[in-house]
Design a binder for this molecule. Structure first.
Ligand code: NAP
Length: 443
């Protein structure tokens, strides 16, 4: 009987576990997560007002409740205090790393570290109740915000900045974030892309949703809607649909309430300080280069902003003991098999963003996990020869790691429902390590 550890309980980890138990009638899978809560970015990345996407959690739950799958939360792999990769490898026939892309990409421009400039990842983690996130006073005293980037995360954070109390209260966001966002005086968010509208990476459904926010006006500068000369013949249908939506918003005057302005062809070059924190962003105007890229024009524009969120993509982080490709922020692999020194490493696999980089929607992880599981099961006869413990938990306990079992997670879910009821809301997430672990250990 094959024993497999899957590290990470987000979509890629859950789909890997699912493919394993579906395709091998005997395999047993432990899904480890450093947090006491499962579901990765479905819990800590999908925007709180996107209930439909969040409902995918139910499918992931079914996987983790499978009789041959076991969730072990609170188990850190690698790094200080974590179970070393080499030790974990000795406890299972195979280990699949589904650790995602845990950090954000940087802009690499002066002023990026000024207070008031944060990564969208930090902001999202805060309103999603990630226990590592702190309230940096993101929206305190903010009237104008600039969001740099034109992907779906940029759309998410723009929308969350503009949502009102009536829309945020029914979500599961932590009470402190709800109070801060609803008390904020943000009047204007500019979402700024370095390339043109035809190159923006957001999807049309998410883009359209911006136009449905109560009391909020969306506007696009008509001059920003220029197309790359190559675009008309080559544009895929999805990009064309984006353009149609954007054209519908072109040239609208500012509203009397809250405004979202979508800007294109502006490359950030510097963040300017005002009283020790960010006060404006300086952009260079760009122009299409005829190949989908842009070139600088030497003309500059400044936008005042008391909050700047850089939303320029996630990035994988190296896990001590695993190879890592700095350029792509991924673990080198061949069809999901970790490649060490040019050869496939026995019993080590990757799936999800740490395998293919931070792109695609949640469902993209299914075929990605399937490929990895096919490789693993092809290697199974060889892997099964290794002598591994029947249960890894005693070894984890001996190494000083006390896993949070599924019952512990269910206790957290109950505590969040109770907290919501006390606050007159629905489910409200617990946002700190102390409360999460206290509740989980009480189970
Ligand atoms: P993304 O889709 O890769 O978008 C990143 C954006 O940042 C692009 O507009 C990119 O512009 C821009 N950018 C990169 N480097 C830059 C720089 N140095 N200066 C200025 N702009 C820069 O990343 P994401 O928004 O983080 O999303 C990650 C993945 O999660 C995507 O696959 C996304 O679809 C998915 N997601 C989906 C949903 C949903 O389905 N509702 C929600 C959230 C996230 P260039 O194109 O010019 O490089």
């Amino acid at each position: 009987m094959l024993r497999v550890a899957v590290v990470g309980s987000g979509p890629s980890g859950c789909y890997t576990a699912q493919h394993l138990v579906q395709q091998d009638p005997e395999v047993r899978v432990d899904v480890l997560d450093r947090l006491p809560c499962p579901y990765g970015l479905v819990r800590y990345g999908v925007a709180p007002d996107h209930e439909k996407i969040k409902s995918l959690q139910a499918g992931l739950c079914t996987v983790l409740e499978h009789e041959r799958v076991r969730f072990l939360g609170g188990v850190r792999v690698g790094g200080p205090g974590g179970v070393p990769v080499k030790v974990l490898r000795g406890l299972y026939h195979a280990v699949v790393y589904c650790v995602g892309a845990a950090t954000d990409r940087r802009l690499g421009i002066p002023g990026e570290d000024l207070p008031g400039c944060w990564s969208a990842t930090e902001f999202v983690s805060w309103y999603s109740a990630h226990p590592d996130a702190a309230d940096a006073g993101y929206v305190r005293g903010v009237r104008s915000a600039v969001v740099i980037g034109a992907g779906n995360v940029a759309v998410d954070v723009t929308r969350m900045l503009m949502r009102g109390a009536a829309e945020l209260r029914p979500t599961d966001m932590p009470q402190a974030a709800l109070e801060a966002l609803t008390a904020s005086g943000v009047e204007e968010v500019r979402m700024v892309a370095r390339r043109g509208p035809a190159q923006a990476r957001f999807t049309t459904k998410e883009l359209r949703e911006l136009g449905t926010l109560p009391g909020t006006r969306v506007a696009v500068e008509p001059g920003d809607l220029a197309l790359d000369p190559a675009d008309p013949e080559t544009l895929p249908a999805a990009r064309r649909r984006n353009l149609d939506v954007l054209r519908g918003w072109a040239g609208r005057p500012a509203g009397s309430g809250r405004d979202i302005r979508l800007r294109f062809f502006l490359r950030p070059v510097e963040l300017l300080a005002d009283g020790g924190r960010v006060g404006a962003v300086r952009f260079e105007r760009t122009a299409p280069d005829g190949h989908g890229g842009v070139t600088g024009t030497g003309r500059y524009e400044e936008m005042p902003a008391q909050l700047v969120l850089r939303s320029v993509g996630y990035r994988g982080v190296p896990l001590e003991g695993l190879p890592f490709d700095e350029a792509s922020g991924t673990v080198p692999h061949a069809a999901g098999r970790v490649v060490r020194d040019g050869a496939a490493s026995s019993g080590e696999y990757v799936a999800g963003w740490i395998k293919r980089g931070p792109s695609g929607v949640i469902g993209t992880n299914r075929p990605c996990a399937k490929e990895t599981v096919a490789s693993l099961l092809a290697d199974a006869p060889e892997l099964a020869r290794a002598d591994v413990p029947g249960d890894a938990v005693p070894a984890l306990l001996a190494a000083g790691t006390e896993p949070v079992a599924w019952d512990g997670w269910l206790a957290i879910e109950r505590a969040e429902a109770e907290l919501g009821a006390r606050l007159g809301r629905g489910v409200v997430k617990l946002a700190d390590w102390e409360s999460l672990l206290a509740v989980a250990r009480s189970a």
